[in-house]
Design a protein around this ligand. Sequence first.
Ligand SMILES: *Cc1c(COP(=O)(O)O)cnc(C)c1O
Length: 360
Amino acid sequence: MNTAKTLAAITKYWQQACEDQGLAEQHLAGAGAVFQLELKLKNHYGKKYALCVSNATTGLLAIGLALNLKKEEFITTPYTYGASLAGFLLLENRPIFAEVNSQTLTLEPESVRQKITSNTRAILAVDIYGNPCNQVALRQIADEYGLWYIADAAQSLGAYREGIPASALADALVVSFTVGKSVFAGEGGAILTDNSELYQKLVWLTQHPERQKRDIGLFLTNEFALNARIHPLAAVIALSIFDDSLQQLKLYQYWCFEVINALNKIGLTKSIFWQSEEIIPAFFRLIASWNKEAQATELLNQLSQRNIAVNLEYLLLQPLFTHPAFLAEYEHLFLNHQTVHFCASNYFCLNSLNQLGIKR
Ligand SMILES: *Cc1c(COP(=O)(O)O)cnc(C)c1O
């Protein structure tokens, strides 16, 4: 990554902001790097509106607030990082956990359909490990039942499915610029949507009156908004590396597909059909599962014969409803009779050890 470019951008912003308070204040209205970064995100996803936020977790909370999802029922995946659900749970929404697809570990649309009740209001899908979920099917189900389709795309910026950016078909999707994500700015995130009413509500609830005035043209402004603004320097950093990060990700994706081809030829792991299904993950993790019993040493040997240097790491993914912290805080929201049948213990991830596979 070209850190000199980023440092120059930071220095320039900080010098100008310290010399000219008027310019510094423009940040409150979402001008400057925030505006530019939102443009890039809108272009990438082909969405009408982008709103930078302090982080993805807060972005998901803001969506729950804006859609007035409070004490409502939503269908989601149990195999994700807890932050996917944090905002919705804080609003006392009740999660219904559906099954996940054995290849992508993302929500299985047919299972979602089966779990819908007359109380269901939303689907919260997660592109876990950067694997794009089946958004065409989820979109169709959401439309059929009149549900909100919300996507946690924190790990999947740069992923595609059937030529469409991962989760772009959701009513609202959230990306993250935190450590390990496709674009790393220290902290930060963004919400994308085509829904103008939702966008205005988000601005009203989470942004400074200066931005409310600019974006919604209000006479009446809301000083009582939650401050979910992105830090201006996070926006400067994300903007300075956005294109390079996605370019570098492309190289990494290329390398991951070479590894997948090798895995499929070696045959110790279940075949991965992503290429034929037009699934291009962001490879937050490159995951695979054993065909029969685990044969780690043999697999590593065969990969190294093909000049692929990796280490293997088991996925320590436990369904959210088994986490002690989930039970301590939210057991009352959770219907205990729910079960999921999927077992993650057969899965592992492959981490690159060589130069070609350097992630970012
Ligand atoms: C990183 C991550 C989050 C949280 O993102 P922040 O920007 O750190 O709040 C949420 N969901 C998933 C799947 C993540 O990987």
